[in-house]
Design a protein around this ligand. Structure first.
Ligand code: MEV
Length: 398
């Protein structure tokens, strides 16, 4: 463990799914990127025989005496191969993570206890003081739970010296990132049941990537894409929406499976267009504009793909009147939007093509704010989980 005076700070980004939410659960390709909003974990040793967790954005503080946790330490088969959570130790951890606040809070406490007792299980549990802060709104489709799971997994793995950074660039090596990703995925299953894994993958590796059944392919290059993110402030539950879609697919496979196929095809097409935008070459694109002569034409294709996917997501049953309102408002200004994440409320994004002036963006933003929504302009494709540069000198990893 780190010395008590040392503070370990880890941060991990949220994500935007450009295309492929829900269909990715059925093995179709999805296209996603990290966003500029991040979650930060600050961890230090404590010597008062307890571990304390403070979650600033959920306004929760909890402390557990180490003796009360000792009988919840699982027997695990090494740290490098996280197995699914075991029922008996999860039963104890669920009891220890009850709060009188609500499901999101209980899940956040459970995830912490799961990662802490499992990653630190090799020796006596160390007393820790852990603080978590986040820019990400919870339950809004921006991967707040994945950023939480990823940053906590990385902080605990680093504090227990199970991962180490490359001395030349201060970053974790590929195999260490893969380990963080595996633990983050296991933790995500406690919140979302049966997630596709895309959210923790983006949070771990950052950048822009396409993802299919656990296989990641980084985009060759990412165009500079301006995106306006809008939170409708309508809360929703990813696992409820995923199981509602599953019910529909099981009941009417001939109707719903073609929708999922189309969504996968849209993600593949959109990836080609984005790579063409980044490289300046015009691909043979099979939709939208008849001839592709310029960057504007490529944006026109991107916008068509956004519109089609938004309609498909509504047909899948994950729309919401607020999301339709968002699309209508931006459309009035000539801009195209779709939901991102599980839908049913939460966030949508709007692509802002290069020629669109600041006055238009301001007018769109003002209209959206009048609807009661919250907007940000954000960068896409920033770094995945890391120790922020400003904090690197504070930590001495052995
Ligand atoms: C993830 O943010 C959104 C869904 O695709 C679920 C998943 O991939 O696990 C709806």
């Amino acid at each position: 463990m780190a010395e008590s005076s040392e503070v370990l700070v880890v941060s991990a980004p949220g994500k935007i799914i450009l295309h492929g939410e829900h269909s990715v659960v059925y093995g179709k390709t999805a296209l996603a990127a990290s966003i500029g909003l991040r979650t930060r974990v600050r961890l230090r040793s404590s010597s008062n025989g307890a571990t304390r967790l403070h979650l600033a954005s959920l306004d929760i503080s909890r402390e557990w005496r180490l003796e009360s946790l000792s009988h919840a330490i699982p027997i695990i088969d090494g740290i490098r191969n996280p197995a699914p959570p075991q029922a008996d130790s999860m039963l104890i951890l669920r009891q220890l993570s009850q709060s009188d606040k609500g499901d999101i809070e209980d899940s956040a406490l459970l995830v912490f206890l799961f990662l802490y007792t499992h990653i630190c299980s090799a020796s006596a549990l160390p007393g820790l003081d852990v603080e978590v802060g986040s820019d990400l709104p919870p339950s809004a489709g921006l991967g707040s739970s994945a950023a939480y799971c990823t940053s906590l997994a990385a902080a605990l793995l680093a504090a227990t010296h199970n991962i180490s950074r490359n001395p030349s660039n201060g970053r974790w090596q590929q195999e260490d990132l893969e380990l963080i990703d595996k633990w983050a995925f296991r933790a995500e299953t406690l919140i979302h049941g049966n997630p596709s894994g895309i959210d923790n993958t983006v949070s771990t590796f950052g950048g822009a990537l396409s993802y299919q059944s656990g296989h990641i392919s980084e985009l060759k290059s990412m165009p500079t894409l301006r995106v306006l993110l809008t939170n409708t402030n309508v809360p929703r539950s990813t696992s409820t929406l995923v199981s509602a879609v599953k019910d529909n697919v099981n009941k009417f496979p001939d109707i719903y499976k073609p929708i999922l196929d189309s969504m996968g095809a849209i993600a593949v097409e959109s990836k080609r267009v984005m790579e063409a935008l980044a490289s300046g070459t015009l691909p043979e694109v099979s939709v939208a504009c008849n001839t592709l002569e310029s960057k504007d034409d490529l944006f026109c294709v991107l916008e068509t793909l956004i519109d089609v996917n938004q309609q498909l997501l509504m047909a899948l049953g994950v729309g919401h009147p607020c999301l339709e309102q968002l699309c209508r408002v931006t459309r009035k200004h000539g801009l195209h939007s779709k939901l991102t994440g599980a839908g049913g409320g939460g966030c949508g994004f709007t692509v802002v093509p290069p020629g669109v002036g600041a006055n238009v963006v301001e007018a769109v933003r003002a209209d959206l704010v009048r609807c009661g929504f919250v907007c940000w302009e954000t960068d896409l494709g920033g770094p995945g989980v890391c120790i922020p540069r400003t904090e690197q000198s504070l930590v001495q990893e052995k």
